[in-house]
Each structure stands twice: as structure tokens, then as C-alpha cells.
Design a protein around this ligand. Structure first.
Ligand SMILES: CC(C)(COP(=O)([O-])OP(=O)([O-])OC[C@H]1O[C@@H](n2cnc3c(N)ncnc32)[C@H](O)[C@@H]1OP(=O)([O-])[O-])[C@@H](O)C(=O)NCCC(=O)NCCSC(=O)C[C@@](C)(O)CC(=O)[O-]
Length: 312
């Protein structure tokens, strides 16, 4: 439960989308079990799936089927990633009206991801925003490779900020910056947010960070200090873009919530409940997860069990 007297922020859980997109397709029943587990953690927003090409990302071939179950969690605001107007149409037809549309800051990543240039991808923002708004929802643009591209290197902050400005001009309600290959550091986070503040003042901003180099939480803290209060995170730290070589997991929901809650910033997220959900996730994907907090939790539980056995 959020304490309104404390500073607070929103964590959007993206494990069902970013988390699963690099995995072998997970059966619908297992996705619903994951939703059951994550829906009781206190997160208020969940990015549930992607309406993209099932050839490009087989993990979300069941997007429509999953969407038909989302009414089961009426207290959660669900959203979906889309990569084209066609995907946006599929989403709103499935009653998923809050859309995240990805625009890559470089042509090279855009070509790998959606087979379009950045300019072509930007052209679709107004169409997608109209579709979302017409259905009573919201349109967010996530700018992928906002700081660094695995194909063309460093991205100028002015360039990313200009994409943000144009996306808002075209109808986006909100912009999130994606650190797709997990290279950003606090100084560069602050630099980009400063430039965006000058170019597109007053825009609602979020960040979508990957922890590839272990700096994700530090950059999240820098973003918070710069005024950002919306963060994507993935339980267990699962995730990664299939079209960005070297991409690995998102910052972990439980670690982000732990950092902020212990710093007096309310996330509304119950850490123990997320750790329970991560245990379900580990069984579903069948491999270890990168979350240090989860590892510490498992190791702590094993120590307690070993002590219990020794005392018997
Ligand atoms: C945009 C559309 C829908 C256009 O796909 P389309 O509408 O089918 O149009 P097309 O003419 O470009 O595609 C023709 C054929 O190529 C296939 N195709 C098309 N694209 C690809 C691709 N990339 N890789 C492999 N195959 C691809 C496509 O599936 C189709 O095959 P068919 O169905 O005829 O057999 C499609 O390109 C697509 O779905 N791309 C996937 C986008 C995606 O889901 N990327 C991962 C999410 S973005 C991300 O993770 C970054 C983010 C948001 O998290 C932020 C961050 O981390 O920083």
C-alpha cells in the first residue's frame, strides 16, 4: 500500500514482456501463473505482452489469447509493446489500450528490430497514438538504444532528445528511454535528462534500464534524482532485446524496490511477494536468474534450513 506522505514512484513490471522475449515460448498457462504471482506484489502496472510479428518474436504468438485473460486482475493497469500500427490495431482490438511503441534512436538498430529507419518508425507515432487514444488508452514511446547502439556506437544526447520531442509532438503521452545494451552510467543519464528537459520541457518521462554492466540501479537512482518517477523493471532481472547483440536482463524489480524503499521512497511493491514470484519464474524458465537479491534470499533460506538440520 502506498504511503502518500512519502515520496513515491511507479515501477512497471516488464518481466512478462521484456523478460520472456528471449526465452523459448512459455505456455499460456505458465504465463497466467506468473501473472497470478506478480499481481499480488503491489505493482500497479504490468506490460503483459507484445503485439509483434510471431516470426520475429515467437514468445508472443499468444498475445491475443493472453489479453483475453487480463480482466482477471482488475486492479492492475496492463499495457503491451507494439512495433507497428498493425500491432497497435491488434492490441486495441484485444482490449489492451495502453501501448508502448518502440522507436530506435539509430537506423541500424531500427533496421534489425523493425526493418524500418528511425524516421519511418517516427512517422507511425501519430497513427499509434490515435489508435490508443481512440480506444481510451495511452501511447508511450520507448526510445531504444537511447544512449548506445550495438551496431553504430554512441548516440548523441541531442539526437535522442530530438526524437523524444518529435514523438511528443506526434501525440505520445510519455517517453521512456531504453538503455538497451546496459551501458549507461549516472553521469550520462543526467546529461540526457538535462538535454531532454531543455528540448521537451514538462514531458512525463520514464527509464527502461538493463543491468548488463551492473550499473543499472546506480543509473536508476540518478534518474530519480533528476526527477524521473517511472521505472521499468523485470522480476528476477530477466530480459533482453533479441535484436541487440549483447543485450541482457533488465534491472530486477525486487532490487529496484529494495533500493528505493530502503531509501525512504515508496514503491508500493512488497519485496517478499516479488521474491516468491521470482521463484515461480525460475521454475517456468528453467534456469537461474541474475537477481542478486534473489540469490541472497535463496542462500539465506538454505543457511536457515541447514542450521535447522544441524540442530535436529
Ligand atoms: C515491426 C514488425 C511487426 C514488422 O513486421 P511486418 O509487419 O511483418 O513487416 P515486414 O514486411 O517488415 O516483415 C516481413 C517478414 O519479415 C519478418 N520479420 C519482420 N521483422 C523481423 C525481424 N526483426 N526479425 C526477423 N523477422 C522479421 C516478419 O515476421 C515477416 O515474416 P512472415 O510473417 O511473412 O513470415 C516486425 O519487424 C517485428 O515484429 N519486429 C519485432 C520487434 C520486437 O518485438 N523487438 C523486441 C522488442 S523491442 C525491445 O526489446 C527494446 C525495448 C522496448 O525493450 C527497449 C530497450 O530495451 O531499450
Amino acid at each position: 500500500m502506498t504511503d502518500t506522505a512519502r515520496p513515491h514512484l511507479e515501477i512497471r513490471e516488464v518481466g512478462l514482456r521484456d523478460g520472456l522475449q528471449l526465452e523459448d515460448p512459455v505456455p499460456l498457462a505458465a504465463k497466467l501463473a506468473l501473472l497470478d504471482a506478480i499481481a499480488v506484489t503491489g505493482v500497479r502496472e504490468i506490460e503483459a505482452t507484445s503485439f509483434v510479428s510471431p516470426t520475429a518474436v515467437p514468445a508472443f504468438a499468444d498475445a491475443e489469447e493472453l489479453a483475453a485473460h487480463l480482466h482477471r486482475w482488475p486492479d492492475i493497469t496492463f499495457s503491451a509493446l507494439v512495433a507497428s500500427p498493425n500491432g497497435a490495431r491488434r492490441a486495441v482490438t484485444s482490449n489492451v489500450v495502453n501501448l508502448e511503441y518502440v522507436v530506435s534512436a539509430t537506423d541500424a538498430h531500427s533496421a534489425a528490430n523493425v526493418r524500418r529507419t528511425t524516421e519511418e518508425a517516427l512517422t507511425a507515432v501519430s497513427v499509434i497514438a490515435d489508435l490508443a487514444h481512440g480506444a481510451g488508452g495511452t501511447a508511450e514511446v520507448i526510445i531504444a538504444v537511447a544512449w548506445d547502439c550495438p551496431f553504430s556506437g554512441r548516440v548523441d544526447a541531442d539526437h535522442t532528445a530530438e526524437i523524444a520531442r518529435r514523438a511528443v509532438e506526434a501525440g505520445a503521452d510519455r517517453i521512456s528511454f531504453g538503455d538497451t545494451i546496459g551501458t549507461v552510467v549516472p553521469g550520462r543519464m543526467t546529461q540526457l535528462l538535462d538535454v531532454v528537459g531543455a528540448v521537451a520541457p514538462g514531458v512525463e518521462l520514464g527509464v527502461h534500464l538493463h543491468n548488463t554492466r551492473g550499473i543499472g540501479l546506480a543509473s536508476a537512482w540518478a534518474a530519480y534524482q533528476a526527477g524521473v518517477t517511472r521505472f521499468d523493471a523485470s522480476f528476477g532481472g530477466l530480459g533482453g532485446c533479441p535484436f541487440a547483440p549483447g543485450a541482457t536482463g533488465n534491472i530486477a524489480t525486487e532490487e529496484l524496490a529494495y533500493m528505493f524503499d530502503e531509501s525512504g521512497v515508496d514503491t508500493g511493491v512488497g519485496i517478499d511477494a516479488v521474491l516468491d514470484a521470482v521463484a515461480v519464474l525460475r521454475d517456468v524458465v528453467g534456469h537461474d536468474l541474475s537477481s542478486n537479491l534473489f540469490r541472497a534470499h535463496v542462500a539465506g533460506a538454505e543457511r536457515v534450513a541447514a542450521r535447522g538440520r544441524a540442530q535436529r
